[in-house]
Every structure is written in structure tokens, then in C-alpha cells.
Design a protein around this ligand. Structure first.
Ligand code: PEP
Ligand code: MN
Length: 338
């Protein structure tokens, strides 16, 4: 159920509503809207009719059931959409946010070169994995603590906030100390203990879709983070496994408008993992923006041919710079800026 407050409801009226929601055995989550606040009530579906009595409380406009199984992510609770701040960068507003950088941090020199290149081309956030979820335990696993430091340093040098993957709940405190946004990779999309722990921090989380996760399951994964109290979740479509083997994954652009209809969370698209082939990255990045994406995640490496992971899909700096130029026109056609 959601309790929709009147546009001019007072703070005391909101507090009284929250206290009553709690007294009825539900957890209140305040969602601050532009016009009005909404209180999402999470708890046992069976007794939810009791919440209807809140309609007589001062400051309450109405009490409505949320029809979708995801109670806090549902667009019903925030029709205008969420804007998530990553340091000074807002995702979900008019600007298309570009997250770019290498698949993995490999050395001080490599991450610095990548940072300088993506900054010069106009990226907003720097990415780079320090903890890498590799299919084989014998592949490069990432530079871990050292990688985090190098990424943070490179970001600081070019003045870009950094995004990096978190794999293990035990590393949350460490990663929070170095990054502005934490990425949950496709392989951890339904790691519920990790998601719950990320719900207890307030740093933004970039949640990737699992390679075999349906869209309803994907949004329920986001709901795990939201329901623990962290409202700062950005969804990332990164391709799914299908019968097609010509590309690494099948980038599901249906997901973009559907997720935007279902939820108020910003949606970012990753055409690098979505295709696995560098020459497909730019066309699919343009298509993603045309489909309504709020941002893009693009892997860029100064020397993709010698990359320690995901070489075939990483863009060279010059290709990335060209993509940034072509994106301007598509963004403008969509009424967005870059
Ligand atoms: C990545 O972003 O480097 C990554 C490992 O992506 P995914 O989890 O989508 O495979
Ligand atoms: Mn990668």
C-alpha cells in the first residue's frame, strides 16, 4: 500500500502517518516527490486493508494498493521518476550520463591513460574493475585493494567520480572508501545477502541485470536494496543469454522502455557486455539512447589488444570520442543533453 500525502502536508502530519504505519506492523518508506511525499508501507500483504484507516489522518490525500510486486521500485510511488546523485552527477535527469573506462584496472599507467581519454571525450563517471568476476579462476582476477587506489587516484586527477564492482559483502566498507558508486555485476544480480547489505549504505548502486534474469526478477533484486533503506539504485541492462552465439549476449533494449514504465529508477545500458564486439558498441549505444536510456556504460581501454579482460569489446579512445560526438544528435532528438 502507499499513503499519498497532500501537496502541503506538514512534517508532523508525515511523522504521525509513519508512526501509525509502524504501529500497524508495517515498515514505512518515505519517497520524497517533487509535488508531494508518498509513504510506501512494506509488510504482510494479508493485513494491508488495515492501512486504509490512514485516509482519515490529517495531511493524507489517499491510500492506494500498489499492484506490482515491487512496492518501492514501482513507478506508481514516484510517477515523475527518480534522479540519483553520484557525487555531483545526476542520473535520471535530462542529461544522458556516460560511465566509461576500462573493464579492469590493470596498472597505474593504463587507468590514468583511460581516465584522461574518457574525460577529454566528455564522460561523466570513470569506471574500472578492481575485483573481477571471471568465469575461470585461472584468469586475471583484478588488482583488488591496489586497483581501488589506482582507480580513485586516476579519477581524482581528471576530476571524475568513480564506479567499481563490489563482489563480496565483506569488501563493502573498503570499496565505499574509494568509489562514488558501487556496481553489482550480472553474476551477483540475485546475490540477496550482498543486495541486502548494499541496502544499508547510502552510496548509489549500479545494479546490473543477470544474464538469465527476467525483468520482474531484476526489479525485485533492486527492491532488496530499496527495502533495506537505500533509495539510490540505478538499473543497468547489459544483455542476456539467448540461443544467439554470434554476439556475447543479446542486448535487450525492450528492457529500457519497459523498466521505465514499471519503475521510477533510472536505466543505464551497457552495450559493451551486451554485444561483446567493439564494432557493435557504438550503434547499440545510439539505439539505447533512442530507446530512452538515462545513461550508458562503455568500456574504453587505451590498448584493447593487450587488455587483461574483455579486449574484444573495449573501445579505443578515438572510437569512444567519435561515439560521444554522434551521441549528441541522438540525445538532442530525444530532448536530452549529453
Ligand atoms: C563489468 O562491468 O566489467 C562486468 C563484469 O559486467 P557484467 O557483470 O555485466 O558481466
Ligand atoms: Mn568487462
Amino acid at each position: 500500500m502507499i499513503v499519498v500525502m497532500k501537496a502541503h502536508a506538514t512534517e508532523d502530519e508525515l511523522k504521525a502517518v509513519m508512526a501509525k504505519v509502524e504501529a500497524l506492523g508495517y515498515r514505512p518508506h518515505v519517497i520524497h516527490g517533487v509535488e508531494r511525499n508518498v509513504v510506501g508501507c512494506v509488510g504482510d500483504e494479508r493485513g494491508k486493508h488495515q492501512l486504509q484507516q490512514l485516509e482519515s489522518f490529517p495531511g493524507v490525500e489517499n491510500v492506494m494498493p500498489v499492484l506490482k510486486p515491487f512496492k518501492l521500485a514501482s513507478r506508481e510511488v514516484r510517477p515523475e521518476g527518480s534522479r540519483i546523485k553520484v557525487d555531483g552527477i545526476e542520473i535520471g535527469g535530462p542529461k544522458i550520463v556516460i560511465i566509461a573506462g576500462p573493464c579492469a584496472v590493470e596498472s597505474a599507467q593504463q587507468v590514468k591513460e583511460a581516465a584522461i581519454a574518457v574525460k577529454a571525450a566528455g564522460a561523466d563517471l570513470l569506471r574500472g574493475g578492481a575485483f573481477k568476476p571471471r568465469t575461470s579462476p585461472y584468469s586475471f582476477q583484478g588488482m583488488e585493494d591496489e586497483g581501488l587506489k589506482l582507480l580513485e587516484e586516476a579519477g581524482r586527477e581528471v576530476d571524475l567520480p568513480v564506479v567499481t564492482e563490489i563482489m563480496d559483502p565483506h569488501d563493502i566498507d573498503l570499496v565505499v572508501g574509494h568509489a562514488a558508486m558501487l556496481q553489482v555485476g550480472a553474476r551477483n544480480a540475485q546475490n540477496f545477502s550482498l543486495l541486502r547489505r548494499l541496502g544499508k549504505i547510502n552510496k548509489p548502486v549500479l545494479l546490473k541485470r543477470g544474464m538469465s534474469t527476467r525483468l520482474d526478477e531484476f526489479v525485485m533484486a533492486a527492491e532488496y536494496i530499496l527495502s533495506e533503506g537505500n533509495p539510490n539504485v540505478v538499473l543497468c541492462e547489459r544483455g542476456i543469454r539467448t540461443f544467439e552465439t554470434a554476439t556475447r549476449n543479446t542486448l535487450d533494449l525492450n528492457a529500457v522502455p519497459l523498466l521505465k514504465q514499471w519503475t521510477h529508477l533510472p536505466v543505464v545500458v551497457d552495450p559493451s557486455h551486451g554485444t561483446g564486439i567493439w564494432s557493435l558498441v557504438s550503434p547499440m549505444a545510439l539505439a539505447a539512447v533512442a530507446a530512452g536510456a538515462d545513461g550508458l556504460l562503455i568500456e574504453v581501454h587505451p590498448h584493447p589488444e593487450s587488455a587483461l579482460s574483455d579486449g574484444p569489446q573495449q573501445l579505443k579512445p578515438e572510437t569512444f570520442a567519435e561515439l560521444m560526438k554522434s551521441l549528441k544528435a541522438v540525445a538532442a532528438a530525444m530532448g536530452r543533453t549529453l
